[in-house]
Design a protein around this ligand. Sequence first.
Ligand SMILES: [Zn+2]
Length: 311
Amino acid sequence: MPELPEVETVRRQLGQSLLGLRFVSVERIEPAMLLDCTPEQIRAELPGRVVEEVARKGKFLVLVLTEDAYLTLHLGMTGHLLVARELGSGAAVQRGTGGIGAGRTEKSQPAGAEVSDPHSRFLFSLRLSADEAADRHEQAAPSVWLEFRDMRKFGRVQLSFGSPAPRLARLGPDAWKGAWDIDYLRVRFVGRRAPLKALLLDQSILAGIGNIYADEILWAAQLSPLRLAGTLTLEELSRLASEIPRRLEEGVRLLGCSISDFVDTDGRAGGFQGTLKAYGRQGQTCGRCGQTIVRVIVAGRGTAFCPGCQF
Ligand SMILES: [Zn+2]
């Protein structure tokens, strides 16, 4: 499942591709992936709106649109967001520079751009354009296609007005960039008899950490996933609080982890899987102490850790 660094990778690329573009049409909708909105609403409300910002909280992406509309996306287990450009020679595209209204116009490279394969298995397909013709819904306007493909249909799309999807309000601060510190963790862990890993996965405490990064963070902090959260010393909490953003940042720097099937908006794999120290390494030697990595089940999730140096 895509976690914070994978979703952040997609967010940055969507920002570069979509900022300032206007929805022209909704080509295809998979109703099973809609949450609290209907295909009719999507078709009626999206065309004409401009992408003002591509935001992220935890594992959720939010396209902030004009007139206070929000398209909240969750990639689920196997969702892929892909961008395809259909640009004629000399066509101009709007590229974002990071912020609402901060778009600037650039000349695109002529053609060579991919156009959506009508026979491919996609579930959502949206067409956007920077061209004035798009305002009149003319088919001739150079287009950017945003496709949300998900073979297992756990991905979700939610259209809302006034604020992003309500469930985002129930998330804790973003694990990488959110406003939290060691004191925040201490208050939430005190007295808790749940295993440490379960609390790392709890999105209402910190948003964005999933199974892979939880195992990697705990290995880096030399903490056992089985430790009862309430028993951590201040020194241990401090190690944890510094390794959480550090490992997530490494994932962002390497454009995500593709040990499963994650790809970015251009269909390319990330590089974090080459750095894994614990996740998926059961039976192999620990790179720090030489003991054998073991696999246990914690909070219903397969969990790898080193009994020789994680306590
Ligand atoms: Zn070890």
